[in-house]
Design a protein around this ligand. Sequence first.
Ligand code: GLU
Length: 453
Amino acid sequence: MTDLDASIQPIFDEILQRNAGETEFHQAAREVFESLGRVVDRHPQYAEGSVLRRLCEPERQIIFRVPWMDDANRVQINRGFRVEFNSALGPYKGGLRFHPSVTLGTVKFLGFEQTFKNALTGMPIGGGKGGSDFDPKGKSEGEVMRFCQSFMTELYRHIGEYRDVPAGDMGVGGREIGYLFGQYKRITNRFESGVLTGKGVGWGGSRARTEATGYGAVFFTEQMLATRDASFDGARVLVSGSGNVAIYAIEKVHQLGGTVVACSDSSGVVYDPDGIDLALLQDVKEVRRGRLSEYAELRGGSAEYRAGGNIWSLAAETRIDVALPCATQNELNEADAVILAANGVRAVAEGANMPCTPDAVRVFTEASVLFAPGKAANAGGVATSALEMQQNASRDSWSFEHTEARLAEIMVGIHESCATTADEYGEPGNYVLGANISGFTRVADAMLAQGVI
Ligand code: GLU
């Protein structure tokens, strides 16, 4: 761990004390704080305005009961959250995560990251995040719909096109956004397209939004590789996860001439040396809502399923050039990073939010492996959500090509601002530093301009 600057340490101590037990939030805050010492030294106005302390306290935190009836007519109770972190740059914006592990601390870490990520996109969106400890796994269609309707019956009063605009995250995809939007419309009697993003293309959604996070992570990695005269052409790639982010990262890597040889879910890993068959993966995951073990059975040939396996250790068995962790937080630890770095991996980009532990990031940095933090690399999803809001505001609907081109442009812009900022602070190629400082200064400048609120 890097020591914190003397001016920043007391602020971090206060976070630990006021947010006891929220370890993921502590981790996310510390990672940003490690980059900020030099900024505060150079620009004392940030310290004087107590901007950092204000930034670490969400503007509003909502926790609510979500009661619903399961198929056996039993009452079920879940907990719902929405943390409205920062509105300096625009309405609160960020996804909803439905997963049994979700706590207030999880939502706060995600909302904190989201604030900087959204600032990096250069779009007019503040930061927020929400979710529930509801487990969509094994639930019927009817149960998922009733849960979403109950969740929205409380959430609707807090959100709005100009107030707070949720979207999807783990466990919340097109189906859930549909049920949430339907209930919002019914309660408010308004077809307010801009209140949620990730909607179906036929009723206000944006083309390329589904693909955007995965595609964006690959576009960002492409930019990093280019700084070392490398590309995806002929590259062999590991993509952890097999959800929305992973699927479209795989698709874009394949379009760019690379081969993704493995992906994973929470039960195991599929190693498919000929390259993941994307149509089959989509059928298993999105149509059947099945497990990855089914993919290996159906695929046959040299594809192999390793129950409980570790995807990153494949780098010790076969040549791997790029690793894209697209599953969940803290899925890639120091030991995994050592295997990747020692076996010649050139670039790692976080498709998920905070998938690499701080020790893993240190290993990559010390070994000069190109490393892109999630708030930069996975910002394409929320950036395209902002494009969806633009289309909704102008009652327009853009083509796939136009939207994808805008996304690519935004990712190039984020790469550029991270790289330039890292250069300015004398650490060329340090994307963690570049992303944290660049995101922070945009939010902090707006907060200073808007006064103590
Ligand atoms: N959940 C996504 C993220 O982590 C997308 C959020 C959004 O589109 O609002 O950035």
